[in-house]
Design a binder for this molecule. Sequence first.
Ligand code: CMP
Length: 146
Amino acid sequence: MSEAELGELAKMLRSVNFFAPLTVGQLEMVVPYIMLLGAAQGEVVFKQGAAGDAFYIISQGKVGINVKNGLFSFSKQVATLGPGDFFGEMALLSNAPRSATVECLEPCRLFTLLATDFQYIIKENKDLAETMDRIAAQRKLLSSNR
Ligand code: CMP
């Protein structure tokens, strides 16, 4: 990452709820592992059913969360997420396949953390783990009711 991108990352991290409870020491440990990914409009970040290997935070752009409930049903957009929002936590928290297909509705800049680094943060921070579990449970419920 360039200096400018690191600056963007630091600014972004402070505004993202996910990182807010981390101590400076914990942040310093994870920052080197955060990667910046550019994705074009229409690009699929990952597909429903795939194995989960990373966690994503949106720096810029908008994504659509698309869920297909049955083999022969159409995929439905259950949510859209924008800057500061995160996705990809559910598969990592429950060791399950991706629950939705995530598609960029605009050109996106995404911060990503590999599963092992995400697990490290969660393990080190109980409050964060609980918040993540709660959000994942809410999202699961929302998706199954659509
Ligand atoms: P995961 O199952 O790893 O991959 C798909 C992601 O879409 C999921 O994690 C959540 O981050 C996100 N997601 C699923 N359902 C919803 C929802 N109802 N609202 C917002 N995000 C969701």
